[in-house]
Write a protein that binds this ligand. Sequence first.
Ligand SMILES: C[S@@+](CC[C@H](N)C(=O)[O-])C[C@H]1O[C@@H](n2cnc3c(N)ncnc32)[C@H](O)[C@@H]1O
Length: 245
Amino acid sequence: MSPGYFDERVAAGYDAGSAEMFESEVVDATVDFLADLAGGGRALELGIGTGRVALPLRRRGVAVHGIDLSEPMVARMRAKPGGDDVGVTIGDFATTKVDETFGLAYLVFNTITNLTSQDEQVACFRNVAAHLETGGRFVIEVFVPELRRLPPGETVLPFTVTPTKLDFDEYDVATQTLQSHHYRVVDGELEIFSLPFRYVWPGELDLMARLAGMTLRERWGGWNREPFTGDCRSHVSVWEKTAAP
Ligand SMILES: C[S@@+](CC[C@H](N)C(=O)[O-])C[C@H]1O[C@@H](n2cnc3c(N)ncnc32)[C@H](O)[C@@H]1O
């Protein structure tokens, strides 16, 4: 299976390139939140990657299974301590089935937007619902589209600008998609990496959840249960499976 955009080269630089997401303050808050919701049950991580969240959650005693398209990303997790304690199914998390049910499913670090069409995002909610026990929870962490920062006629929003690192998003509001561009100077060489996303609104996610038989239970501005306000740049949302999809 194709690893998609998370190929060998991207996987090799993933942990270092996302260093701020591996800081203990970030990981601990994420794992506290998820362990609390798991309540002793099993958890399914969609887009498990290199195990940033799954491995510490496993160390908290939560049995975790992952789905991911990318063998190179999963190989990085396997090479870490405890990496063999987490089962992984290689496949597309919008459609791939695991022969188990879970009390918790989660999709963090904006990864729902790696699905670049509404149909795929809707399918993902349905796939999650099919894996959740009734009363089970689905957690998403994703950015709020930054269209308030984008004046008419402009398409580009930079979010890191340093002499060695440049990141910017190029929005297409007609298709509700963006291309995220990343430029790095590493050992004097320029590395460029771009990948596509479909940005999605909180209310649209709630509708996808409803189509899949889930109901919004919580929405926070972050993992420490900060209030979600109009100024939040991301949210952590929790839906409960309330009905058969
Ligand atoms: C941004 S990384 C997040 C990894 C990990 N969850 C974390 O928080 O560090 C996104 C991961 O999702 C995987 N991914 C993206 N789209 C996918 C899809 N449609 N099906 C399965 N995995 C996918 C990528 O291979 C990658 O490992």
